[in-house]
Design a protein around this ligand. Structure first.
Ligand SMILES: Cc1cc2nc3c(=O)[nH]c(=O)nc-3n(C[C@H](O)[C@H](O)[C@H](O)COP(=O)(O)O)c2cc1C
Length: 178
């Protein structure tokens, strides 16, 4: 976790790495990894997000500038990084994913707002160097603090798929608790 002056130095280092195109990723990423259903949900959310920000979908320069600015953690005072240790494989990433969701829920329970930032994992070496981390693979960053409720970006709410579309029920299902 980083806050205070360390957080500020880290943000500067990330922007430098971005300007110099020094990307380093521990877990490979491809947009093609998402199934069609998830691609469609991402596109829908993207349209909502950039709509709220007043950025046209084809305005690649404005979108790139917004992404770069996110390296300052969207102004959040703290950022946490989740590293996968052990053999660093997908099965252990699942454990870290469960930890991450619990952390996010705990923050919410304490009234702390958060934003998962997969983008930060594209600068794994910079983050390692700045924080003196020597083990593990960087899965994701989480910026957190108190949200600015007046910000346009915070006026949008991510949709949720219905239970029926995400879950296949086998055997007896009464639709409610027994
Ligand atoms: C694994 C993962 C990585 C994400 N990476 C980013 C990111 O790099 N930048 C960003 O602005 N949003 C990113 N998001 C989306 C935001 O965190 C998004 O606002 C959030 O998932 C919405 O959460 P909510 O539906 O609970 O409001 C990511 C989401 C997930 C699940």
């Amino acid at each position: 976790m980083a806050g205070g002056a360390v957080r500020d130095r880290l943000a500067d280092a990330l922007l430098r790495a971005h300007a110099e195109q020094r990307l380093s990723v521990d877990f490979p990423y491809s947009k093609d990894m998402y199934p069609q259903t998830h691609q469609a949900r991402r596109a829908e959310f993207g349209a909502q997000l950039y709509g709220a920000l007043g950025i046209g979908l084809d305005d690649h320069a404005a979108r790139a500038a917004y992404d770069a600015e996110s390296l300052r953690f969207y102004g959040a005072p703290h950022v946490a990084f989740l590293f996968v240790t052990g053999d660093g494989g997908p099965r252990l990433a699942a454990d870290v994913g469960a930890y991450m969701q619990t952390l996010l829920l705990a923050m919410t329970a304490y009234g702390v707002d958060s934003c998962l930032q997969g983008l930060l994992s594209f600068y794994a070496d910079t983050i390692r160097a700045q924080l003196g981390i020597t083990t593990g693979k960087l899965l994701v960053g989480i910026s957190f603090g108190y949200a600015d409720d007046a910000a346009p970006v915070n006026q949008i709410t991510t949709g949720r798929a219905t239970l029926e579309t995400t879950t296949a029920f086998h055997g007896r299902h009464s639709g409610g608790l027994p």
